[in-house]
Design a protein around this ligand. Structure first.
Ligand code: GTP
Ligand code: MG
Length: 273
């Protein structure tokens, strides 16, 4: 079996940093984790890439094409589509890296690629056809989830990606090391709410009664179904990196487990109400 983490998330959230952190962590543990750059507009990353979409096509190539007349965003989508249509090149790319078949794909930061366009779905299906066990690692900057409404909004974005891509999934909260102590406490509270759940953390707002009610309902659904699993990642703390990688390996990829056991546990059943 082969394993693939597809690392996605908004621009600047820390995807490339996550990839290099995981690769270095693997090296220290004597484990080979290949990283492939799939961002055709990438300018800087500090991992050692065993493959790079820019060897096939780059956004600059596309934007210079006088027939296509595409800007940076359209150009990027074009590059991704071009890549999945070039299956032979892609197959060589995923077969090329070293002996171990554990690949982390560093993807672009354009959210539409994951929420409603089909190109990443096509990419996932190709990897599955090539016998990869695939999971999505959705990176989210923890600074954007330090209050309850944004935390819930973050969950909903993650949920829409989950529904579009339809493979095991974890959300990594990045840049935890940069949070103030009070913001870190808040995030910890959201991640591990009391038994009464996330919905109880929402303060009533008399000026936005309807809005508060809606948020409580959404939070209740999130509580009940446990749809989205957020995992904090502090890249300065080896224990935190180990915890994140272990969660992904075991819960999302079944890496290192018996070949027979390949299913993810369904969420706990809830009553219809
Ligand atoms: N301290 C700290 N800095 C981080 C962390 N994650 C990312 N950064 C910094 O945030 C900036 C953006 O990080 P990248 O890893 O390039 O983000 P990205 O998601 O790959 O960005 P795009 O590819 O442009 O979408 C860089 O300056 C990183 O050094 C983190 O967990 N801790
Ligand atoms: Mg990047």
């Amino acid at each position: 079996m082969k394993y693939a983490q597809i690392v996605i998330g908004p621009a600047g959230c820390g995807k490339s940093t996550y990839c290099s952190t995981i690769q270095k962590h693997g090296e220290a543990a004597n484990r080979t984790i290949e990283v492939v750059n799939l961002d055709p507009a990438a300018e800087y990353f500090d991992y050692s890439a065993s493959g790079d979409i820019r060897d096939l096509i780059s956004v600059d190539d596309v934007m210079e094409d006088e027939d296509l007349k595409l800007g940076p965003n359209g150009g990027l989508v074009f590059c991704m589509q071009y890549m999945v249509e070039n299956q032979e090149w892609l197959n060589d790319l995923v077969n090329c890296p070293g002996e171990d078949d554990y690949i982390v794909f560093d993807c672009p930061g354009q959210i539409e690629l994951y929420t409603h366009l089909t190109v990443m779905k096509d990419f996932v299906r190709l990897l599955q056809q090539w016998k990869f066990q695939v999971c999505i690692v959705y990176v989210m900057d923890s600074h954007f989830v330090v209050d309850i409404p944004s935390y819930i909004a973050g969950m909903l974005t993650t949920l829409s990606v989950m529904m579009n891509l339809d493979v095991p999934h974890v959300s990594i909260l990045s840049k935890i090391d940069l949070l103030s102590a009070s913001s870190r406490n808040k995030v910890e509270q959201f991640l591990d709410p009391s038994e009464r759940g996330l919905s109880e953390l929402i303060d009533p707002n008399p000026w936005m009664e309807k809005h508060t009610k809606l948020m409580k309902k959404i939070a209740k659904i999130v509580d009940d179904y446990g749809f989205v699993h957020f995992m904090p990642l502090n890249i300065t703390d080896e224990t935190s990196i180990t915890e994140a990688l272990t969660f992904i390996d075991i819960r999302c990829l079944q890496f290192g487990e018996d070949e027979d056991v390949k299913t993810i546990d369904p969420p706990d059943p809830v009553d219809d109400e």
